[in-house]
Structure formats: C-alpha cells, structure tokens
Design a protein around this ligand. Structure first.
Ligand code: SF4
Length: 218
C-alpha cells in the first residue's frame, strides 16, 4: 500500500510573497461589522454566524439605537429581540444566546466584555471564531479567526492543510508572522468573497496563481 505524500510546507519567501500580494490587493482591512463598543461587536459577531455582514449591518442600527448596551439588553424579551433580528437567520437561537450572554456578562463580568479567549468562549453563542474576532477588534490581539473563507482559501493556496478550522488556525499561526495574523484573516476573507469563491474560484482573475497549490494542480 502506498502512503499519501505529506503536504509540502510553503517556504517562508513564498509566504512573504503571498502576504505582500494580498496586502497590495486588500490594503485597508478590518471587520466589516458596524459597532460602537465591545458589547455591540460581540452581538454583531454572534448575529453574523451563517449570515452576511451586510445583513447584520442592516439590522443592528435599529437594534443598537433602542438597546445600545448590556444593561438595556437585560430588559429585552426573547420575542422582542427575535423581531429585531429575524432576517439574520437562526434568529431564535441567536436571541436566546444573546439574552443569556447579557445575563452572564452582568452577573459574572461586571457588565464588561472579557478580554481573554477562554472567558469569551464561556459566553453563550460565542465559539472560537467569534472570540478571535472580538479579541482582534476590541482588544487589538493578534488572532486568526478561521471562517469558511479563511479555511477554504488558505487550504487552496497551500498555507494550511488541516481538516478542521482549529487545525488550520494552528497551521496559519505557525506559518505566518504573528503581526500578520489579524490582517491576513481579513484579506483571506475578502479574497474568498471576491475571487476564490467556493463553487467556482475565479483563478483567471487571481493574482496568486503562481503560489497557489490548487491552481498548480489544474
Ligand atoms: S488561484 Fe484560484 S484557487 Fe488559488 S487562490 Fe486564486 S482563485 Fe483561489
């Protein structure tokens, strides 16, 4: 029986070239979600699960106008919150999680969004990806939140090969300089949305072909 060849790790000069090209393509990067506080960022990020950032940004202005902070969220009824967020998908479970999260923030964290991954991941509805987004944007931490775009694009490029977001996150943290973690996360998302699409990647329009494992196998 022949054993499958182990994936080849990209040379650091290739990684640097990919990062430079991504930076040239997508210079100014941050989360597309609109928010005015760490609490609003957590809420928006929870709402963004299986929903577009544009849809979340269409919903949150009215929600945050009427309920801007954790104290006001405590006054929300489940049904009322569902009406605000019903176009975001999974709105019942998201509403349930956001109300439970608000209670936990007040009861256990003095009403403040905690600044460590382990504490964030205790909050209902907050997984590792959401925690990483919050740590990067609210606390300036270096993180790589592996969403569907980061997972797909980094594997196609050959920056990572793992079968789960957690493994891909570890591989990316290993191969990328720490100072590039957060910005590369956003650039891979943008590249996945605009060019390296899930069903049919637009390789003929992609500036990364010469370094891309997927393209080299075509
Ligand atoms: S060459 Fe194709 S598969 Fe590779 S990153 Fe670009 S769009 Fe994606």
């Amino acid at each position: 029986m022949t054993r499958a060849a182990a994936p080849v790790r990209k040379h650091h000069s290739t990684v640097r070239a990919i990062l430079r090209r991504l930076e040239a393509e997508y210079s100014d990067v941050t989360t597309a979600l609109h928010y005015d506080s760490p609490f609003q960022l957590v809420v928006a990020t929870v709402l963004s699960a299986q929903c577009t950032d544009a849809r979340v940004n269409a919903v949150t202005p009215v929600l945050f106008r009427d309920y801007p902070d954790v104290e006001s969220f405590l006054k929300l009824e489940q049904r009322t919150l569902e009406r605000y967020i019903k176009t975001c998908g999974l709105f019942r479970s998201k509403a349930r999680n956001l109300l439970a999260m608000s209670r936990m923030l007040v009861e256990e964290f003095d009403g403040q969004v905690p600044g460590t991954r382990s504490e964030l991941m205790r909050l209902p509805g907050v997984g590792r990806k959401t925690a990483n987004v919050v740590l990067a944007n609210a606390f300036g931490a270096d993180t790589i939140a592996v969403d569907t775009h980061v997972f797909r694009v980094s594997r196609r490029l050959g920056l990572a090969h793992g079968d789960t977001p957690a493994v891909v996150e570890t591989e990316l943290m290993d191969i990328l300089p720490q100072s590039a973690w957060s910005s590369t996360h956003y650039r891979l998302i943008l590249h996945g949305r605009q060019t390296c699409k899930a069903q049919r990647p637009l390789c003929d329009q992609c500036p990364l072909t010469r370094w891309c494992d997927y393209y080299q196998r075509l």
